[in-house]
Design a protein around this ligand. Sequence first.
Ligand SMILES: [Zn+2]
Ligand SMILES: [Zn+2]
Length: 273
Amino acid sequence: MKVKFYGTRGSLPVCEPGFQEFGGNTTCLQIRFEDTGRIGIIDAGTGIRKLGRDLKAAGHFQEEIVIGFSHFHWDHIQGFPFFGPAFDNNQRLRLIALGKGREISNLQDIFTFQMQGAFFPVQLDNMGAEMIFFQPNLNTYELRGTKTSAIRHNHPGGAYTYRVERYGKTFAFCTDIEHGKGIDQNVVDFCKGVDLLIHDAQFTKEELEKKRGWGHSSYDQAIQVAEMCGAKQLVMTHHDPDHDDVFLKKIEKYCQDRFKDCVLAREGMEVQV
Ligand SMILES: [Zn+2]
Ligand SMILES: [Zn+2]
């Protein structure tokens, strides 16, 4: 599998010159399955717009595109109304909210609401693509040889860590998580032995103290989770909109001194799993 970061920013997109290396778009991941050439997506932050454009430019078409959601805060759905394939009459989209205990009542309502006339000129029903809204009360779902699991973790309104496995390779995507006093052991167990851990790292240790209850992690906590679950590689993401490239590069050096095989996610970066 190849995981590509189309959005690395947390909370809000930023476009100032000092933010170009790590990127300004909000959360969106593309997973490419090299054996079939198919792709899957997790989260539809503003980065999904470019993802859609890249698919078109490459002439990539698959009859169904799956988009899994960690949760439905703005920065994880904001790009959806700008996702090109959603406007294609020949396209089917399967939007999935995997994991038991979801607080949302109806998945379709979230997108209908987001695109109602007061907020957006085109309504969901008029986009064009066929859309399947799939909200199984399951923690594991297998589709076309890929096993995807999700568990709930602490975040305002709830968010989910995803674990994706195919042909013996595994990665976990754990964003918008606030650990308690210690590290959430359920998350550690869930991510045991992954080849790649992608973890929220919005704050420094000091910032986290001031932002308890905001739903995020520190760099140190991301490293702790990676160490505890035995991840081979760590990528940290959901960068705070106040953290510019200079700041993030400094932090990255600090993190690499603690955990050798780690980087901070950059928009456009692709990682082999
Ligand atoms: Zn977020
Ligand atoms: Zn969130």
